[in-house]
Design a protein around this ligand. Structure first.
Ligand code: 6PG
Length: 256
């Protein structure tokens, strides 16, 4: 199977800008082909910088905001207003007026958070999958949404989404999405809602974002032949439809 594309930028800002530029390119192509752009964004701290890069005037002017729908690959099972929510960076950077007072170019109804007010995880999962169907997001026969672009961050333990090492969501035949117990080995120690790895394989395109020295060991393990996808679930994105955006610090331990 041919490999993903790997790009090494100078630093985290370079990764954010390269990601924002690629999002716009894919968005324009998706709208031209299907009239809509379904973006599945990631959680963690990495996306805030790319949201800011997307709001930069020359980029914001090129982004087809009105035809864009934003979904989340996973979230912490906390209220949207909680600082641990994966929606809060997007609310702050994309749905709020910019520093110079420019209104948000994105309609709040175009953002689809996980229903974290649901009574329990199974209820939240079926509600989210129902919302995807209601918005007519295409699906695979196995039930995975086919997003135009899936963004993933990479955890220090080699996880992506909220699919941690040895997670049942890393296995073949795993459910499309499920609740994930609070991890004890990695912050934040809160329960999650997450798609399984089939989401990555089902996407038209994947962008893996991994800047910073803190990712160097995990990336070396992910790209090594010795680790399995159960050991390092982000290996699921070592596919030809994926582009990995690294920086010199995070790529430091990678061999040719
Ligand atoms: C989450 C994420 C998770 C994240 C990685 C990287 O909910 O935590 O979805 O998969 O992308 O842990 O996080 P950072 O961007 O903070 O390094």
């Amino acid at each position: 199977m041919s490999a993903p594309t790997v790009r090494i930028l100078s630093d985290a800002q370079g990764v954010a800008e390269a990601a924002a530029d690629r999002i716009i390119e894919v968005a324009i192509a998706a709208v031209a082909a299907r009239g809509v752009f379904h973006l599945c964004t990631t959680g963690g701290s990495t996306p805030a910088a790319l949201y800011r890069a997307l709001r930069e005037p020359s980029r914001a002017a090129r982004m087809p905001w009105e035809e864009t729908q934003i979904w989340f690959g996973d979230d912490r099972f906390v209220p949207r207003a909680d600082p641990l929510s994966n929606v809060s960076p997007l609310d702050a950077q994309l749905l709020s007026p910019s520093a110079d007072g420019a209104p948000s170019p994105l309609s709040p109804s175009a953002v689809h958070p996980w229903p974290t007010t649901a009574a329990d995880a199974p209820t939240a999962v079926s509600a989210y999958l129902a919302e995807l169907s209601a918005v007519a997001v295409p699906h695979t026969p196995a039930g995975f949404p086919i997003f135009d672009l899936v963004l993933i961050g990479i955890g220090g333990d080699g996880h992506c989404l909220s699919v941690f090492p040895s997670s049942p969501l890393a296995l073949e035949g795993a459910p499309v999405a499920a609740g994930v117990p609070a991890p004890t080995h990695i912050e934040p120690h809160v329960p999650r809602l997450s798609f399984s790895l089939g989401l990555v394989a089902s996407a038209r395109e994947v962008l893996a974002l991994a800047p910073g020295a803190g990712k160097a060991d995990a990336l070396a393990r992910i790209f090594s032949d010795s680790a399995t996808v159960t050991d390092a679930p982000a290996k699921a994105a070592l596919i030809p439809t994926a582009t990995w955006l690294l920086d010199t610090a995070s790529a430091a331990n990678l061999t040719e």
